[in-house]
Ligand binder design. Sequence first.
Ligand SMILES: Cc1ncc(COP(=O)(O)O)c(C=O)c1O
Length: 389
Amino acid sequence: MTDTTRRPALSPATRAAQALRRIDTSTGAVVPPIDLATTFARDADYAARQAYIYARDGGPTVEHAEAVLADLDGAAGSLAFASGMAGFAALTATLRVGDHVAAPRVMYHGGLSWLHWLGERQGIEATFFDAACDGALEAALRPGRTRLVWVESPANPSWDVVDIAAAAKAARAAGARLAVDCTAAPPCTTRALEHGADIAFHSGTKYLGGHSDLTAGVLSLAQRDTLWDDLSRARYLTGSVLGGFEAWLLIRGIRTLFPRFERASASALAIAERLAGHPAVERVLYPGLPSHPRHAVAARQMTGGFGGMLSIQVRGGRAAARAVVLACRLFIPATSFGGVESLIEHRRAVEGQYSEVPDNLLRLSVGIEDPDDLIADLEQALERAGCGR
Ligand SMILES: Cc1ncc(COP(=O)(O)O)c(C=O)c1O
């Protein structure tokens, strides 16, 4: 294999498009093979031929995906998991009874439920703070006890933005590590480690995969220290590694990440601007709008676009929100995000008991379709649903 793209002069977009240019020297194949082996024969000295022994610890395709991800994140190393939640669970598995976690009140609901579960059953206390409120993160810290500060930027589905550099400073002062859920702001727009985070987390199920056809999770670390060893061990012992085929799909998705994200960002901004003045819409939540309370931070942190995710709060409450979803002809009524097709979701319906999401909130995942078609679809749906009339 050759790897000639790791020269500093090449931009991350170029390196991602070529997936580190690992061209097979024997066949010239420009697409990597899919390695599905679960076990690897030892050599004449009974030594492992490469780093591989058993697939629960990874394999060649997983390693290729991790190299692409580490390059993209500017990380010392990346670990790929079978889902985002598997990565999050591995991270929390490194905590001990009595450790404290600070996390936002509005974050991906699965992670929120998991933190409540750990508090109730495993003696790991969490303090939940309002990420939209200045000083709230700092007030949630318990110096000496807080081991992990978790933030999500932009946060799903309020799209609150966190100043990662400020959060990193506060976490460090308290003796904690900062992990940033970058799922809605992948490294084509935000490289969290460069802003001082210790860990960049991604649900690869979203923008990295990009085609709604795989579940994956990623933890990229600024350093290969004891945390790296603990996470590798937790992944091996719990069997939460990404599969070979999914690793291949992840590599393929990342190759088009930059143009997909750029297109989705431009369309989402156009939609946000159009809906901001719409009589049926109470509020548009999108970091790309100058009216967003942390627009300036987002502009500094999201250098490759504000992303394809936005939420709207419609007039008329829950019934009106549901009616809009059902009136859409192009936006697909489904959960998840970051795929090439646009989705719309009544978020409250899936979020569960800890959610603070308003009942009139609809989450939009803007894909790569023609933005004029998407705007026309939303306008006809808002009209047909009769919001606020
Ligand atoms: C922001 C965010 N983080 C984490 C996750 C969990 O990822 P996965 O579904 O891949 O386990 C999700 C899933 O929707 C998410 O939206």
